[in-house]
Write a protein that binds this ligand. Sequence first.
Ligand SMILES: NC(=O)c1ccc[n+]([C@@H]2O[C@H](COP(=O)([O-])OP(=O)(O)OC[C@H]3O[C@@H](n4cnc5c(N)ncnc54)[C@H](O)[C@@H]3O)[C@@H](O)[C@H]2O)c1
Length: 389
Amino acid sequence: MDSSTKIGILGAGAMGSGIAQVAATAGHQVVLFDTQTGALNQSKSKLANIMARLVEKKRITDAESYAIQGRIAYTDNIEAFAGCGLLIEAIVESLDIKKKAFAELEKVCGNQAILATNTSSLSVASIAAACRHPERVLGIHFFNPAPLMPLVEIVPAVQTGKAILRASRELIDNWGKVTVLAKDTPGFIVNRVARPFYGEALRIYEEGIADFSTIDWAMRELGGFRMGPFQLMDFIGNDVNYKVTESVFSAFYYDPRYKPSFTQKRHAEAGYLGRKSGRGYYDYSEGAMVPAPNTDEAIGYAVLHRILVMLINEAADALYLNIATREDLDLAMTKGVNYPKGLLKWADELGIDVVLNRMEDLYGEYGEDRYRPSPMLRRMVRRNKKFWD
Ligand SMILES: NC(=O)c1ccc[n+]([C@@H]2O[C@H](COP(=O)([O-])OP(=O)(O)OC[C@H]3O[C@@H](n4cnc5c(N)ncnc54)[C@H](O)[C@@H]3O)[C@@H](O)[C@H]2O)c1
């Protein structure tokens, strides 16, 4: 596949529109399909605004903006996908709806077309199973907003053909994205490994150790994260973030490591969704003050280290279970969610024995399976090895 390959995109929402922009910018003809003409119109005018801003900032020329927009055909006629070499699905996150859509797609596209899903949490194998040729199906998981976030997780299902996988990854690499290979397991890499960033922060709050702004301050100022967990949950939306946590938790057969929090559930139920509703953990109304954090460094470092060791434990366990390589695990967290360092690299710097001891302390203190140390940490300490040796 190269830039002469026609790309089909199913769903003109936030993700579909962003992926269409990326593909058109890389020089492809793009067919963007949605059942709702309203969504198509909105997508088109949003792109026009984005392009105008890029021209204004002199990032692209007028002619480029014109050419990029001209390469995207907006349609509510699924037959327009005929002739596409790669189709990327970005419709609602429902297995039934996606399965129906894939069965439909196979009827209109040629035998050589590759079919990809942008699902964040569903099983790629289940989606592929809806097709007559499941070997041409894989996950290509972009992050939001797709034109700005460099990471793309490439997720082969058990059915995916090797040549299909290779060709798809190569194409997305050529779009200038950073691709990582992830196993078809709940949350793939980022949405699995990042769970403690939210979950452990919520738990620390629930135990009364620190309030929202203190935890956010510690993670930002002492840890170097761009946003604190509560700021980030307010940004993502508590409804959306809660739903991902709940779906990862049930998909992992209720492993307590991924247990959702009542604090977040109640905030979502109350309509305290975050920025988009004007109130979340913080108040976003005009003139509202952000509560001052407690900047006691002893508390701050205790908060940071507890969340950090839980994140490292998760990354180490993903490595242990061969969800991804150490390179891809560290790349995914720095390029997908802007972590200041890869978690395995961070573990080396802190000392893997220090991380393991802290996990064992937590496990001893709480007696909960949530805090069980990954066998990978024990193995590394026993062998006196670093992840990046
Ligand atoms: N929003 C994110 O942060 C994000 C990030 C990564 C992946 N994803 C995944 O990407 C997918 C899309 O998410 P989104 O946020 O863009 O959703 P969205 O709600 O913004 O857009 C979905 C679009 O799909 C259309 N649609 C629904 N059913 C359809 C069908 N059968 N045929 C054609 N069009 C249909 C809707 O009209 C809508 O325009 C989901 O699987 C989601 O989990 C989302």
